[in-house]
Design a protein around this ligand. Sequence first.
Ligand code: NDP
Ligand code: BG6
Length: 513
Amino acid sequence: AAPSPVENGTSSAITVEEYEDLASLAKDDEASVSITVVGASGDLAKKKIFPALFALYYEGCLPKHFSIFGYARSKMTDAELRHMVSKTLTCRIDKRENCSEKMEEFLKRCFYHSGQYDSEEDFRELGKKIELHQGPRVSNHLFYLSIPPNIFLDVVKCASKSASSASGWTRVIVEKPFGRDSESSAALTRGLKEFLAEDQIFRIDHYLGKELVENLSVLRFSNLVFEPLWSRQYIRNVQLIFSEDFGTEGRGGYFDSYGIIRDIMQNHLLQILALFAMETPISLEAEDIRNEEVKVLRSMKPLRLEDVVIGQYKSHTKGGITYPGYTEDKTVPKGSLTPTFAAAALFINNARWDGVPFLMKAGKALHTKQAEIRVQFRHVPGNLYKGSFGTDLDRATNELVIRVQPDEGIYLKINNKIPGLGMRLDRSNLNLHYAARYPKEIPDAYERLLLDAIEGERRLFIRSDELDAAWELFTPLLKELEQKRMAPELYPYGSRGPVGAHYLAAKYNVRWG
Ligand code: NDP
Ligand code: BG6
């Protein structure tokens, strides 16, 4: 029988209803999970993390007993957090369906706690609140550090202590940047490991959660037609291209101390390269895949200054609108030399890839927004049909394009005969267009990664030795660029970037796709 609500004679006694709730929770042996978004008042939390959590809830992917906590210094009530979050949630999964009921249910499970990032006391208070909501069952804790990197360690110290009494697991998702170079990255790793074991640290690179990046291994290892061609014998060059058609507006403070090489190349593009070039893992287990990725990174030569071109966007007027240059942003220091564009040639020193240029190009404020992988194959030996294409020999080579975003797709450029009586050749696409083939919207990368972190799946997260290897490739170049105060080549906002990128490609007999 339920005890009387005033059994212990204090005002904190629980009511019969609350007791029954807790009693039913105690009978239920499923573990609960709390997800704390540290930096909940910020841009990433609003734009990506809360919407991804809602999408997971909508899809029924979150554990039955979950609660979500926002934590930041800003003062906010639960209701204010819910209001803020509600503005960014969408029923994107099935547009015909009205999911407002689901949204209400989700928002009821979101709470807020205001505190300092270095206050153990504030995190203890958060811990108490979490405990109250979790009920008497095994309690797991996930912290998402959606904050600037200079406060990662303060938070990890306080959060790991506040959760140390947890009966279940404690995991921490760390957002990039993981340092600025080899030394600062190693210091961050050492700092994190004072409070957490490696298997509690989930270093996120959200490009690994993108559908087409995940599909890379499937494409290679489950189709007989690709893997035999995946080497220097048949592949002439590989291009990894990232471009955005907007500048760093509003993020200049962060961006100026990192630049495009650290923001995009050293992580997103390099991770794609490793997945693209690795040997077949012995299984799909996280450690087996990450072992192969590390091997590729460690087989690469550090970048050389002569294989890199840097650029920075300048103001440009088009259609009566003036788009400001990078240094005109108030948050960017005057005269900044930080690159907003870079192109680089990288090489892998192993039997499979010796001599094949891997060209990377990444830029802000370019003419288009896209991310893709282009694989250009060699010429057909003794090309029987050479004359049938006219003079443009390039047209005779095959090219495989993996369009990561937008409008996801994979297409293979092949040569075929133009129907008719003559023998004229044309190039056509064998096209897997995702929107046509799979009408359901593709989940956002953050959904997949959050779900993996909750489930303890580490395959798509960066291991510390992988991070060290990545920094080793880029640190000498970054230091040289900064020591020599190399001036970036200016390019107009909305253009295709500096012409230097074309010279770099031409040096390796490559034409950008
Ligand atoms: P914000 O600048 O919006 O910061 C998040 C929150 O952290 C703020 O709301 C603020 O909360 C607190 N904060 C900001 N600056 C400081 C400071 N100097 N000292 C202490 N607290 C501070 O960052 P984002 O949300 O844009 O990014 C969060 C993390 O995710 C960063 O590491 C970023 O590099 C990374 N990231 C961001 C992406 C994006 O698209 N925004 C994409 C990929 C990675 P309060 O004042 O309330 O405490
Ligand atoms: C982030 C970078 O990691 O990726 C940003 O810090 C960039 O500068 C963003 O805009 C791009 O991500 P997505 O998923 O929009 O291509």
